[in-house]
Ligand binder design. Structure first.
Ligand SMILES: *Cc1c(COP(=O)(O)O)cnc(C)c1O
Length: 378
């Protein structure tokens, strides 16, 4: 059977990137390694839509999030946390570990924090140093209106730090134009790579705060990365095999063009949601993003059992809900190395499994609706 990976991280890696990963290991301080890091850093600036340097850290995405907290906040300083799910809670965990004074703006799973909620919290907390939020809340499928968040925070002295893991490279996100001060992403979501690298960039406004804040760590001290990158280097041994492979996946993004890439994700997401609804199912997120579609498990269906059958019988690996959402949602990723036909396949396999389990559904309803929506979507 052909394994098909539809989890929202890790995601499918393109063949040419896998071939790069199979090559011999090389020395990370050689001129060639520096040239590759320089190239990757340039391509990351394009993906982040920023003129600022983007740093490559050898750690998973959470390491990048930790860098965002530890570099911008001193102990006891105030942070507003806009959270809509499990990944907002990851920010909370890190903020607690670094003794931040946390003001939480929270919505139930499936909902999005609104710009008005953020605005009110900032007005009530003018001493806020950093606002933390999530671009694509991968645990619920919600996307936040970061363009609006950016406009609000830009009027204050506060910074806006964004967990863009799973969002950057899947949905529109313009770091500079939207006034995002710290943006973090990871290699294994929309950037079409195995896990192992995190990418972080900071605005001039953020750098002022970072430079005024005493270091609170060693490995993730962004000042070290800034200094090294001036010489196309890293302060510590980088995952250079991964960096070489990331170069290949980034070239793929460059070739497609970021606007075309956003449009592809949007179109697939619109069609996927139409398919889901035509199957008599509901989309879980009230403000869905284009990286993944999260489907509410219908009454009387064993959500976890359906996912097991999908994988065992047809090779489709979707993700279950996390924590309290386990068994209640199905998470179908369409970010990165995915096209309409991949997602059509996943929907048709889901239809089959539901039909076989006795769920009332017209065979092909989801697939037909996907195609209709895809044909008319811009
Ligand atoms: C996957 C994910 C993370 C966690 O990243 P790791 O690479 O597992 O550390 C954080 N935030 C979001 C939005 C994610 O999708």
């Amino acid at each position: 059977m052909k394994p098909r990976l539809f989890t929202p991280g890790p995601t499918t890696v393109p063949e040419e990137t896998l071939l790069e990963l199979a090559k011999p290991v090389t020395y990370h301080r050689a001129a060639e390694a520096k040239a590759i890091l320089a190239e990757v850093s340039e391509d990351l600036k394009y993906v982040f839509q920023t003129a600022q340097p983007v740093f490559t850290l050898t750690c998973s995405g959470t390491g990048g999030m930790e860098a965002a907290v530890s570099n911008t906040l001193a102990a006891g300083e105030k942070a507003i946390l806009c959270t809509a799910g499990r990944w907002g809670e990851r920010w909370r965990g890190i903020l607690k570990a670094f003794a931040a004074n946390i003001v939480t703006v929270e919505v139930p799973y499936g909902k999005a924090v609104t710009p008005e909620m953020l605005s009110q919290s900032l007005t009530a907390n003018p001493d806020t140093k950093v606002v933390f939020t999530t671009l694509s809340e991968t645990s619920t499928g919600v996307g936040h209106d970061l363009e609006a968040f950016g406009k609000i925070v830009a009027k204050t002295d506060s910074l806006l730090a964004v967990d863009g893991i799973s969002g950057v490279g899947a949905m529109e996100c313009k770091m500079d134009a939207w006034s995002l001060d710290v943006v973090v992403t990871g290699s294994q979501k929309a950037l079409m790579m195995p896990p192992g690298l995190a990418f972080v960039s900071a605005s001039d406004k953020a750098w002022k705060k970072i430079d005024a804040t005493a270091p609170r760590g060693f490995y993730l001290d962004l000042r070290r990365y800034r200094k090294s990158l001036l010489e196309s280097d890293t302060p510590f041994t980088p995952g250079n095999t991964l960096i070489k492979a990331q170069r290949v996946s980034l070239k793929k993004i460059r070739t497609e063009g970021i606007e075309n890439l956003w449009a592809r994700h949007t179109k697939i997401a619109i069609a996927c949601r139409a398919g889901v609804e035509a199957m008599g199912l509901t989309v879980f997120a009230e403000r869905p993003n284009s990286a993944l579609t999260v489907i509410a498990v219908p009454q009387g269906v064993d959500g976890t059992a359906v996912l097991k059958t999908l994988e065992k019988k047809y090779g489709y690996k979707l993700a279950d809900g996390q924590d309290t959402l386990k068994g209640h949602i199905w998470r179908l990723s369409h970010m990165g190395y995915m096209d309409a036909f991949d997602v059509l396949g996943a929907l048709s396999a889901l239809e089959l499994v539901l039909l076989e389990s006795g769920f009332k559904l017209e065979a092909g309803a989801g697939v037909a609706a996907f195609q209709k929506a895809y044909a008319t979507a811009q």
